[in-house]
Design a binder for this molecule. Structure first.
Ligand code: NYM
Ligand code: MG
Length: 263
């Protein structure tokens, strides 16, 4: 069991390293104007996107971001039920994925059962996404929409709020699949703290969440939709459904997949 896990993790990390290298090499030919870029590979005169032809139907990668207690988990659950009800193939994912061996190290850290250097835990969060990257690609290609509770933006916002260099925090995320849509559930840190309090994990403190909110602001790009999360849950839900459905349809019709992350 342990052996099988470590083989899978190292395979995923190798794949990750390859993808990062490829994206960095390709990056030399691009100007640094946007934060998400579509990777095209010229092979024998054919242009192909990261995953198959541009017009191939696929699932959408929808990411929820926001402070702790902003309502992401509730909204993700409701959205998945809604899309399932409409007959879409959809799965709920979350990062950190605490079920893997890397995820268990992260969980031990978050629950204060282990101490790790800030850089080390940052790279573990990133590795936890890399180990799921190939499965993510396969699911999207097979037409499954993924609703993901936290992704690379959490990685950068939380680690850089501790004082780590912002660009250094972004670097290990380069080459991961870019979300088609990021829903940022916007809530003032004080309001979030009032919502039944925090669960006692690392990072769940008002002062720190204020810093995280500032970092999130620096990460906003054209894939983001900001939803006011202070509204009643049902109103948030209604807005989220409308925004997401539009993106699911666009991906169904065929849209190239992009990779994170230029600048
Ligand atoms: N977190 C989450 C990070 O610091 N970096 C990451 O890359 C991710 C995905 O973990 N406070 C932090 C944000 C949260 C904590 O997440 C656990 P959740 O959604 O509360 O289980
Ligand atoms: Mg939390």
């Amino acid at each position: 069991m342990t052996h099988a896990c470590s083989v899978t993790v190292s395979k995923a990390l190798n794949l990750g390293a390859f993808a990062v290298r490829r994206s960095l090499n390709l990056g030399l030919n691009f100007s640094c104007k946007c934060s998400v870029r579509s990777i095209r590979i010229m092979e024998n005169g054919n242009t192909s996107s990261l995953m198959g032809a541009d017009n191939e139907s696929r699932g959408a990668l929808v990411v929820f971001e926001g402070l702790d207690r902003s309502g992401k988990t509730s909204q993700c659950g409701r959205l998945v039920s809604y899309l399932e009800g409409l007959g879409h193939s959809v799965e709920l994912w979350r990062f950190p994925d605490r079920t893997t061996s890397v995820g268990q190290m992260i969980s031990a850290y978050l629950t204060n059962n282990s101490q790790l250097d800030d850089h080390t835990i940052h790279l573990l969060f990133s590795a936890n996404r890399w180990e799921k990257r190939s499965l993510m690609e396969a699911k999207l290609k097979a037409g499954t929409t993924l609703i993901v509770d936290r992704y690379s933006y959490s990685g950068v916002a939380f680690s850089s709020a501790k004082g780590l260099d912002f660009q250094w925090c972004k670097a290990p995320e380069i080459g991961l699949i870019a979300p088609d849509l990021v829903i940022y559930l916007d809530i003032v840190p004080e309001k979030a703290a009032e919502r039944g309090g925090y669960g006692g994990e690392r990072y769940e403190q008002l002062e720190f969440q204020r810093k995280v909110a500032q970092r999130y602001k620096l990460l906003e790009d054209s894939s983001w939709k900001i939803v006011d999360a202070c509204q009643p849950l049902e109103d948030v839900e209604k807005q989220v459904k409308e925004i997401v459905l539009e993106h699911v349809m666009t991906c169904q019709k065929g849209k190239p997949v992009s990779s994170l992350w230029s600048c």
